[in-house]
Design a protein around this ligand. Structure first.
Ligand SMILES: [Zn+2]
Length: 252
């Protein structure tokens, strides 16, 4: 590495720990609308200590941002979204350890989920430089949000670690995206049609499936398909035509 005069004389290699820190103790409600609205309220209820005294200070949450992303990517419907919010709290909070979160609809959450999956798969660093259409303007704003510097803190504790504090799920998603693109590995979508999970390609070997279960299931399916194709080909060569396809052929 070429070091400038501004850099420290020592090169440090430090682990990065990105986590979501909110006050915890969130109550989530879901409306009955066609596109459900999720509302959050902070439960300012005291914690009663064993000796009977009360404490209002809830322990802040400490969730790994990659776990949060994994959980969001597996959300398929409103009920799962509710469980997701109950586990991790609001999508967006006004300030760090704030108690004034914004509401969010299910469709908005689904769009964010898809946006981050696509971003991991294909978003370039500053994909466009100038915007002349609305579409390009949107991309430019998204780029600005995604690639803005990620604030990190060095705190004095052993072993030395760099921490990335995220105030809400939105921040956590951005941090997970930023850190995952920083290491330079490409992302792929699982080739099993009914899976479609995105995964990081960390080895040089081309990998089509997200895990061994998907690879196994797909190979069983392909084998069965080949077997069926072979069987039906054998059937049409011998005996009277019975399948729809051969009947159509006959009626011509
Ligand atoms: Zn898969």
């Amino acid at each position: 590495m070429n070091k400038t005069n501004f850099m420290s004389k020592k090169v440090y290699t430090l682990p990065i720990r990105p986590f979501l820190e909110t006050r915890g103790g969130w109550d989530v409600s879901m409306s009955n609308d066609a596109d459900p609205v999720f509302k959050f309220s902070w439960q300012n209820t005291p914690v009663v200590r064993p000796d009977g005294s009360k404490s209002w200070s809830l322990k802040p949450t400490d969730f790994n941002v990659f776990d949060i992303r994994e959980a969001l990517f597996s959300v398929k419907d409103a009920a799962q979204a509710l469980a997701f919010f109950q586990a991790y709290g609001p999508w967006q909070i006004n300030e760090h350890l704030g108690t004034d979160p914004t509401t969010i609809t299910f469709s908005h959450l689904a769009r964010q989920r898809d946006f981050y999956q696509d971003a991991l798969l294909s978003r370039e660093v500053w994909s466009i430089k100038k915007a002349s259409t609305n579409e390009q303007m949107r991309t430019l704003l998204q780029d600005w949000y995604l690639w803005q510097p990620l604030p990190m803190e060095m705190t004095f504790h052993q072993p030395p670690t760099v921490i990335v504090r995220c105030k809400d799920i939105q921040d956590a998603m951005r941090a997970s995206f930023f850190l995952d693109r920083l290491d330079g590995f490409p992302w792929r979508r699982c080739a099993r049609e009914d899976c479609g999970k995105v995964f990081k390609l960390e080895s040089k070997r081309a990998k089509l499936f997200c895990d061994t279960d998907c690879a196994h299931l797909q190979s069983v399916r392909s084998y069965n398909e080949r077997k069926r194709a072979k069987a039906s080909a054998g059937k049409s060569n011998s005996g009277p035509p019975q399948t729809g396809r051969t009947t159509r052929k006959e009626s011509k």
